[in-house]
Design a binder for this molecule. Structure first.
Ligand code: 5GP
Ligand code: ZN
Length: 131
């Protein structure tokens, strides 16, 4: 059973930030920062790659509107929009969702580290664009 499907169906309680026919946004139980929100399609998809493009586009349009509202009303200085895809990337709930993580100038303990590695960029491009 999928936790987020249960939340969509009302079997598990949640703090709803926004809801329409297709999309539900709830406060993340972990509150990485104040206002940390999850935006998800009501229909189950294992991750965003499995979503039809128009449904994903709509999900991101809602995410943009909510990110503006959340950062504005919580006086955040910015936000991170994060989609973890598959376990290797940290996805723990296998129902597509987008994180809105408001960022604050003070008392903000979030850190993303992009380590640097060396690859032959032409080779990388060739691999990406192969049929
Ligand atoms: P992921 O790691 O899959 O990208 O993110 C899943 C998120 O769902 C986590 O940040 C976790 O805190 C949150 N989460 C897991 N279970 C629940 C729940 O029952 N309710 C809410 N509101 N959030 C949850
Ligand atoms: Zn689900």
């Amino acid at each position: 059973m999928c936790i987020f499907c249960s939340i969509v169906e009302g079997g598990i309680p949640s703090k709803k930030v926004y809801e329409d026919d297709d999309v539900l946004a709830i406060l993340d139980i972990s509150q990485t920062t104040e206002g940390h929100t999850l935006v998800m399609p009501k229909k189950h998809y294992d991750n965003f790659l499995a979503m039809p493009k128009d449904e994903f586009a709509n999900l991101m349009a809602v995410t943009q509107t909510l990110a503006e509202k959340i950062t504005g009303n919580l006086n955040a200085s910015g936000c991170n929009i994060l989609i973890n895809t598959n376990a290797v990337a940290g996805q723990s709930v296998m129902h597509a969702h987008v994180h809105i993580i408001p960022r604050y100038s003070d008392n903000d303990t979030v850190s993303f580290t992009f380590s640097e590695n060396i690859f032959d960029l032409d080779e990388v491009l060739k691999k990406i664009n192969r049929d």
